[in-house]
Design a protein around this ligand. Sequence first.
Ligand SMILES: Nc1nc2c(ncn2[C@@H]2O[C@H](COP(=O)(O)OP(=O)(O)OP(=O)(O)O)[C@@H](O)[C@H]2O)c(=O)[nH]1
Ligand SMILES: [Mg+2]
Length: 486
Amino acid sequence: MESSGEDTICAIATPMGEGGVGIVRVSGDRAIAIANNIVQPRNRSSLEQLASHRLYLSDVLSANQSLIKDFDSFPLDEALVVVMKRPRSYTGEDVVEIQAHGGPLVLQSTCEALIRHGARMAEPGEFTKRAFLNGRLDLIQAEAVLDTIKATTASSLRSAQSLLRGTLTKEVGQLREELIQALAHLEASMDFVEEDISFIQTEQLERIFRHTQATLQRLIDTFEEGRIVREGIRAAIIGRPNVGKSSLLNALIKMDRAIVSPVPGTTRDVIEETVNVAGLHMRLLDTAGLRHTEDHIEEEGMRRTREAAEEVDLILLLIDGSVEMTDEDRSLFQDHAKDRCLVVINKSDLPSKVESREIFEFAPWLENPTPADSKTCKDGEDPFVRISAKNELGLETLKDTIRSWFLKSDFEPGQTPMVTRLRHKTALMQARDAIQQAQSSIEAGMDGECIALDMRGALDSLGEITGEVSTEDILDRIFRDFCIGK
Ligand SMILES: Nc1nc2c(ncn2[C@@H]2O[C@H](COP(=O)(O)OP(=O)(O)OP(=O)(O)O)[C@@H](O)[C@H]2O)c(=O)[nH]1
Ligand SMILES: [Mg+2]
């Protein structure tokens, strides 16, 4: 495990490419000493003498210049340099940030010079990992840093920020605290059993278990929406050839991306684009039209379409409303799981040949949604949407309908703690099951040790979420998704 006393690491913290400013970051016990070899503040002090958390205009020297502080040749660049002394830095270690001009050569040469003087290139996420290991962030917050960087919609950013600011950490922490206290009382009762002192009543334990389970369940239930907010929706447009699938993709991304033509069977490959759907990120696939064909290439396109349809959260089943429905349309209704399928009728600019009742005939579940089909249609909503992809009509309604399928109408991300990662949900479920087990042990009249064992199991699961309980394996899995320099 890295911690103070380990390597000093460096990396370019800004994206590769040209930019007004580019930042190289150094962190570790020897950060200031190493950077001092290549950074010469214009006020002629050494880096050690600089005040912490203040910017100083400095020259940055290349690897060859640095040893002798040779000013006869030109330095690499001029930069603003800030020293952040531990523990008041992102990693909790001594940090130096060199804010140079954002050219790839300048930044790479700066890193090379630092490495020459004893720093090592940071691994992906290593700065954040050190922040975690040094207690600056817990694991939820470390993951939220990654989510903040990757956020593409206002709601995903808000939810990441709410996690970074500790909403879930606090809730999980409170649960742990209650369980730890109850466990301490229980263990004390076990130790003093002969003296007939009751430190905790079973009713008290049961009350804590009920409360813990309810809170855990409430958190677990936020995952469906939380996942969508963080990851977005994966959707595919499916339909027979020529109904306007590619036209719909183009209209939604406002770009002429996929080839549109009156010839059925135009699209062969699956085309993927991203769309902002009423504040949600959506990965949208345009697919090859599904029909009976002898053409090998088209058949391969259709195989890919079916494969794509298997993996998505949502199917937009597209029908051409300007012609009568065909057997191909009907078989599509039959083939696709109804709870993931939103029926969209296209070409509403032309006279309609498809009546609502026909849709109901082929998809009777749309008319009378059962609770199990709740995603198919919510109260007061049309079970399908009419649009004109060509004239861009009805697209806003379509987007709102998609959003309302995945999020409650009053949904406001970031207000209450939300579970956005499967890792968190799995641990919460394990904690819930362990508490359930403890409850059963009480009911079965088992002794305190059994109950305590289950409680410790629940505490471990909760500790995994925040990182109080962690293994190198868990950490590796979490930080490998980060980019270098974060
Ligand atoms: N009038 C009208 N025509 C449309 C509309 N949307 C698409 N079209 C036309 O329908 C034809 C087929 O459109 P595409 O978007 O290529 O259809 P597709 O479903 O992708 O077809 P394949 O790729 O062959 O499966 C084109 O001539 C489009 O201009 C619409 O809303 N109104
Ligand atoms: Mg197409």
